[in-house]
Design a protein around this ligand. Structure first.
Ligand SMILES: Cc1cc2nc3c(=O)[nH]c(=O)nc-3n(C[C@H](O)[C@H](O)[C@H](O)COP(=O)(O)OP(=O)(O)OC[C@H]3O[C@@H](n4cnc5c(N)ncnc54)[C@H](O)[C@@H]3O)c2cc1C
Length: 514
C-alpha cells in the first residue's frame, strides 16, 4: 500500500545543500521531509568503510569555520558545532613543485613570508595580491550587508560602490594575479588550490577564487573528526530531533505541481509526499526532468541545459598497514605538482593523462586517527578527472552494470595504478604496506550521488557563471533549488545555498496561501 506523507516542504536529495535547506526551514517553523537516494545522508559529504578502514569520500578542507568565518553562523544554525569536533589544519598544506616545496600556514603574513623564502622577489607582489584579495572580501561583505538591508543597485552603480568586487568578478584568476605576481613559479604557487574550484587560472572566476583563498587564510581550514559524514549524520539527527523525516534509499522519480502551495513528489518506494513547496538538491536540469514535460518555461530549461558540468574526480583509497606519519609522511594535505603550467595540466586532465596532472595525497589518519586501525593509515590520492576518459572509462557509455564491465575495470585499474606508483615514489615505505585499494571514478560519483558527469562542483565556476549566479527560485513558484549548481562548489557553499533556498521558500510560503 502506498504511504502518503503530508508536510510543508519536501526536499529532494539529502546532500549538504538539501540538508541545510531542510534544517534552516525547520528553524523558520516548517515541517520537512528529506528524500535521499543513497543509503547515507550528505551526498558527497560521506564516507565508506572497507576492511577496517573508514574512507573519506570527498572533503579535504572546509573553509569559513573560524570564529570570524562566514560559514560559522550557518553551522551554528544547523546545530552541529557542539556535536561535531572540527579540527583546524595548521599548517594548511604542503605543495611540492619540481624545484621547491612550501609548507603553507593559514595566516596571510606567515604565508607571504613562506613564499618569500623560496621566491624572494615575489614578497611585495604576493603581499599586494593579498591586499587586493582582502579588498574584494571587504566589498563582498558590504554588498551582502547592503542587500540584506534591502538596497538594490544597477550594474553601473555596483561598479562604483564595490569596485574591487566588480573587478574580481569580471576577471579570470590569471588576469587578476598578473597585476601583482611576475614569475611563473609565483603565479603557480598562489594558484595551488585551483583544483578546489575545478578550472585553470585562465578560466576560473577571480572573484570566486579570491574569496576561497581569503576564507581559508583568514578563517582557517578545517576537518571534522569522523570525516564529512559526521557532519551529515549530525544534521540529519538534528532534523529528526525536531520532528523532520529523512528517508534514505529513496529516489524521487517525479515532481508534480498541483497548484499554488501544493506539490506531489513520487518515489521509487511506495511513498508519496504531499507538500506546499519542494526544494531540489538535484541539478537544475535533473530537477526539470522530474517534472512533467512542458512544465518548465522553455527559456529557463534551455538555459540550465546549456550548463557545462564541472570536472569530476578519480580517487584511490589506500588502507596502509603502517603508520605513515611515524615514517615522516604527516601531511593531511599534500599537493604533488608536476610543473607550473596549470593550463596544460587542465588539458592533460581532459585527456585523462594522469601522469601529467597535479595529485593530492591526503593522510586522513593525521587529523582523524580513528579512520584507520591502530598503527595503520587511511591514505587517499585524488586527481581531477573527466567523464569521458577512454570512451567513458572503457564502458562505451553503457552504464548498465558497468562495474562488471572488463573495459571499465581495466581502465579504472590502469588509471588508479598511475596514482599509486606516483604515491609510492613520494613515500618510500608505502608500496609494501598497501593492504586495501578502492578506486572511485566519475562513474562512481554518478552511481552514488547522481550528479551529471560526476561533477563535484555543480556547473563550471567560470567568470560568467560566477557573475551571473543561479537563483534558488525557478519559473515555478513553489519549486526551489539548492546545492553546488546554485551556490557554487564546495561544502560550505552548498550549506549556504541551502540557507538561501530556505529563505526563498519562506518568502513564498509567507506571501501566498494554499
Ligand atoms: C573527491 C572530492 C573532493 C572534494 N573536496 C572538497 C573539499 O575539500 N572542500 C569542499 O568544500 N568541497 C569539496 N568537494 C566538493 C563538495 O563535496 C561538493 O561541492 C558539495 O558537497 C556538493 O553539495 P550539494 O549540496 O550540491 O550536493 P551533492 O553532494 O551533490 O548531493 C546531492 C544529493 O542529492 C541526491 N539526489 C539527487 N537526485 C535525487 C533524486 N532524484 N532522489 C533522491 N535523491 C537525489 C543525491 O543522492 C545526493 O545525495 C569535494 C568533492 C569530491 C568528490
Amino acid at each position: 500500500m502506498t504511504e502518503t506523507i503530508t508536510t510543508d516542504v519536501v526536499v529532494v536529495g539529502g546532500g549538504l545543500g538539501g540538508l541545510s535547506a531542510a534544517r534552516h526551514l525547520q528553524v523558520q517553523g516548517y515541517d520537512v521531509v528529506v528524500l535521499e537516494h543513497h543509503s547515507k545522508p550528505g551526498g558527497y559529504a560521506h564516507y565508506f568503510r572497507a576492511d577496517g578502514y573508514r574512507f573519506e569520500v570527498a572533503l579535504h578542507a572546509l573553509d569559513g569555520l573560524g570564529s570570524n568565518g562566514w560559514a560559522r553562523p550557518m553551522f551554528d544554525t544547523l546545530g552541529i558545532l557542539e556535536s561535531v569536533e572540527f579540527n583546524e589544519l595548521e599548517p594548511f598544506y604542503t605543495v611540492s613543485f619540481p624545484d621547491f616545496s612550501v609548507t603553507v600556514p593559514t595566516g596571510i603574513d606567515e604565508y607571504v613570508e613562506r613564499i618569500a623564502e623560496v621566491l624572494p622577489d615575489e614578497r611585495d607582489g604576493v603581499r599586494n595580491l593579498f591586499d587586493a584579495i582582502k579588498q574584494v572580501g571587504h566589498d563582498v561583505a558590504r554588498y551582502t550587508r547592503d542587500r540584506a538591508s534591502g538596497e538594490h543597485f544597477d550594474q553601473m552603480e555596483m561598479v562604483g560602490r564595490y569596485p574591487a568586487m566588480a573587478m574580481a568578478f569580471s576577471s579570470s584568476w590569471s588576469q587578476f594575479v598578473d597585476r601583482y605576481v611576475r614569475s611563473t613559479e609565483g603565479k603557480a604557487l598562489v594558484a595551488t588550490l585551483w583544483g578546489y574550484l575545478g578550472l585553470p587560472p585562465s578560466r576560473l572566476s577571480a572573484g570566486q577564487f579570491a574569496l576561497t583563498l581569503l576564507s581559508y587564510h583568514t578563517a582557517g581550514a578545517w576537518y571534522p573528526t569522523g570525516g564529512s559524514g559526521a557532519m551529515s549524520f549530525a544534521i540529519k539527527d538534528k532534523i529528526e530531533e525536531h520532528g523532520g523525516d529523512v528517508r534514505l534509499r529513496t529516489t524521487v522519480t517525479a515532481i508534480e505541481v498541483m497548484g499554488p502551495q501544493h506539490v506531489t513528489v513520487s518515489t521509487d518506494k511506495d511513498l508519496v509526499v504531499e507538500a506546499r513547496a519542494v526544494v531540489s538538491n538535484a541539478s537544475p536540469s535533473a530537477t526539470a526532468a522530474l517534472l512533467p514535460p512542458g512544465a518548465m518555461e522553455p527559456e529557463w530549461l534551455d538555459d540550465v541545459q546549456s550548463d557545462v558540468a564541472a570536472l569530476s574526480t578519480m580517487t584511490v583509497h589506500l588502507g596502509v598497514a603502517r603508520d605513515l606519519a611515524a615514517d615522516g609522511w604527516d601531511h593531511h594535505e599534500f599537493f604533488d605538482m608536476v610543473g607550473y603550467d596549470f593550463e596544460s595540466e587542465y588539458e592533460s586532465i581532459l585527456k585523462g593523462e594522469f601522469t601529467d596532472v597535479g595529485m593530492i595525497v591526503s593522510n586522513y589518519s593525521v587529523t582523524d586517527p580513528a579512520c584507520a586501525p591502530d598503527g595503520k593509515t587511511a591514505l587517499v590520492l585524488t586527481v581531477l578527472a573527466p567523464w569521458d576518459h577512454n570512451d567513458v572509462w572503457g564502458t562505451g557509455g553503457n552504464l548498465k552494470e558497468y562495474q562488471e564491465n572488463p573495459g571499465y575495470i581495466a581502465t579504472k585499474e590502469a588509471a588508479g595504478q598511475i596514482l599509486i606508483d606516483r604515491a609510492c615514489r613520494l613515500i618510500p615505505t608505502l608500496r609494501d604496506a598497501i593492504e586495501v585499494v578502492r578506486i572511485g571514478t566519475p562513474l562512481t560519483n554518478v552511481r552514488y550521488i547522481m550528479q551529471p558527469g560526476g561533477s563535484i562542483y555543480g556547473r563550471e565556476q567560470t567568470v560568467q557563471n560566477m557573475m551571473e549566479r543561479r537563483k534558488p527560485t525557478t519559473p515555478i513558484p513553489n519549486v526551489f533549488l539548492a546545492g553546488a549548481w546554485i551556490g557554487g562548489g564546495g561544502m560550505t557553499a552548498a550549506v549556504g545555498s541551502g540557507k538561501s533556498a530556505a529563505k526563498a521558500v519562506h518568502r513564498y510560503l509567507g506571501s501566498t496561501t494554499g
